[in-house]
Write a protein that binds this ligand. Sequence first.
Ligand code: ASP
Length: 324
Amino acid sequence: MSNRRSFLKKLTTASVGASLLPFSSFARPATRANSKYKKGLVISTWNHGIPANKAAWNIIKNGGTAVDAAEMGAREVEKDPTGQSVGIGGLPDRDGNVTLDACIMDSNGNAGSVAYLEEILHPISVARKVMDDTPHVMLAGDGAQRFALDNGFEKTNLLTEASRQAWLKWAKEAKYAPIINIENHDTIGLISMDKNGDLAGSCTTSGVAYKMNGRVGDSPIIGAGLFVDNEVGAATATGMGEFVMKTLGSFLIVEFMRQGMSPQEACEEGIRRIVERYDVSSIQVGYLATNKAGEVGAFAIHPGFNYALYKNGKNELFNSPSHL
Ligand code: ASP
């Protein structure tokens, strides 16, 4: 463990507990905050990160912006009917409704988000429209759908036969109880850096499978499922959203990076914030982060979280290290 890290650990556990470190405690390390990586990169969650990164990279390699890349990468996964955790084909809630959550942030600190959106194929693009064309950050439910329809999006049945069958099978044995479960957690969270060194991100999901009707997770919440600060870095989350929301994980990780931590150290501290407060024996959360220098980090509570990184001409899957 580096001296800096053990110092941070001592400081966080001993004197300031679980609170944020005072900003003035740290000079910004020149190698982190000041060096800009200008070759572009994309990082995203799970196996579907590979096609998502590819779609995002197609934008970046042609000189496109990070935010266009973030949107295109997310769309690639949303439109795949075989994926049961994002967009069409997503597993429904306990009552059989597919409800989608998504958010996007650009490099100017703008943000857009939709929650509990039904029957729209590309929630990430609706979130982008909220960001670009309204004075608001978040639209939810019927209002979000009306906004989408008014802006040329069409109604699509998102419940595929495979997901309907899976739900019917689940419903046969399921005791209908409004409990949090970990039956499914495969959101796509994606961070892109363009060749100008600018950062953006996207996050889109059908949420936890067989959730209570009306449940919204971390993925559309700016600062929880995603946070981008173009001066510092960006982070995104997957897993049991309630724990990401209770600790505002992505914002926390970006703030840790602002204080001088590497993306890896910051992701580990973000997970530590959860595991030191909650029983995580059946809870999975995974974080991904990158900074302006193009360094990346990943950390999860349990083994099994993986991510795709497109950097230096290679698009590869990596297993994240974990707390347990
Ligand atoms: N984070 C998502 C949620 O809680 C689940 C996931 O990662 O798939 O809605």
